[in-house]
Design a protein around this ligand. Sequence first.
Ligand code: FRU
Length: 587
Amino acid sequence: MRKFFQTLLLLLFAGLSVAYGQGFKLDISEKSATITLDRAKKQTLWLPIDNSAKEVVMQVKGSPLYTAPVTVRLADKQVECWMPLQLDKSTSQIKIAGCKPEYVAWQNLRLGKNPNPKIEDYRQHIHFSPEIGWTNDPNGMVWHKGEWHLFFQYNPLGTRWGNMSWGHAVSKDLTKWEQLPTAIYPDSLGAIYSGSAVIDKHNTAGFGKDAMVAIYTSDYRSKSMRCQQQSIAYSLDRGRTFTKYEGNPVLPSTRRNFRDPKVFWHEPTARWIMPLACGKGMEFYSSTNLKEWKFESRFGDKYGCHFDVWECPDLVELPYKGGTKWVLFCSITKDAQHGSSVQYFVGDFDGHTFTCDTPEAYTDWINYGRDNYATVTWSNVPDGRCVALAWQNNWKCCSREKFPTVGYRGYMSLAYELQLVEYEGKVKLISRPAREYDNYFRKDVFAGKAKVEGKSELCRLEKQGSAYRLKLEFDEIDAPQFGLRLSNEGGEWVDICFDRIKREFRVDRRESGAVDFSEKFPSVTVAPMSAANCQKLTLIVDRASVECFTDIAASSNLVFPTKSYNRVEIYTVDGSVEVKSEVAFGK
Ligand code: FRU
């Protein structure tokens, strides 16, 4: 502390150049600083950050990765954690603008080993999260040569949104993920926003047969202008390295909300189709080579919810009653309270135009929980299944807030298999946990059957250290309300309730653990409940989330209990039910 004040005085009077730490020299003046490395080589500079600090702008001179300036919330008063700035042999200087001499960051810069204490309290077992840094939307999901690729909106230099790049992870079984080096960094066209990836089997783009081609939005911002355009990059080594196409952008524009291309191959017209979110609607573009795109049509100005701009489209064809139907996904802020959600429209697509089957005012939601956004599907899935993934978070609770995780922020949902079913005269899109999880939930499986009237403990789970799955069937229902409560010894709980009077399925997380980091977080979410005589429910409980699947609805919510919920109680209000149950732990 004394050293800090002495330094501060020196700086104020002289604007001196001061050397701190090992391996670099630091020059600080009133509003800027320069870090000069003793030796330029492949190494990591750990930047102390604090999420409540202002952003400063850094230019990493000569870096092949950070070719555009990056923004960092450099710690001003306290250090929350450290973020890794990757340096290499062509980098010897970092210029920082917008900082102050009294920042605590200066004494806390570290070269070399990761100085972060390991705080993994809420790391989930089968929900992906990045080692370090921020994530939002899943991107570029493609199955290729035995690997499920997950690229994701990534800030490698902070735990709040910024420096949008594509992070990368792969999995062989959808449960264990390996994070790989960041795949695509911002450039002179802007930040790398959401998009998709395809395998170019016919080499239509000329990058090579079976090239993995990423199609993403370049988000450009300057003082005088803001626009979004579409760009591409390709990989010939299973997504490990990408080369940006020199002709980018492939779909130029001056529009501000023109993003999130989700490209797929349309066999009947033998062209690539790109659904794109444009203001409060979706547009469709076509191409024969991924490099030149033609406008086809626009959908949605009068359909569904328009509380905010539309984002993250996907358009998939699913089997239905011996034929097929097309489903269009649209991520949107549903309202001020619930926040992020994903609506969908069922209809037809002829390669040019999407025609919706439902009336303009109708909409339905893929998931009724608070934490399920930006849902898109994997392309090139070998057995033709429609497998989707969502960002397990909500823009309303995760940005400025002091989120419970340290050093990283954001999870992906479980992978879902999607299917269409008919329900009360409507076509409904149903999500189920992908069958890959059946392999995971094979340990310590307990099954039982009981009549419950009032409250009854179903089980106490002694083990911690894996996710668990509950499969329940409520039959012989003679109670207006029934459900279950997950709790721990700390008195934290989640209540999951079927309400036959209101025909609602509710998830109450108001007492689930850490809830007060955001006033929007404590919530009771409501989904429709089917009229079936027997109600089936599958729950997957991971360290920081509870995902529920009923006959007709899914509801996924984050929770931050101090310890995992290890007690499961079934209850009824005024009456009885018969419950068949199966509890299974992960491997
Ligand atoms: C959705 C979204 C996308 C955009 C990305 C930016 O969460 O706003 O529309 O591409 O996030 O990170």
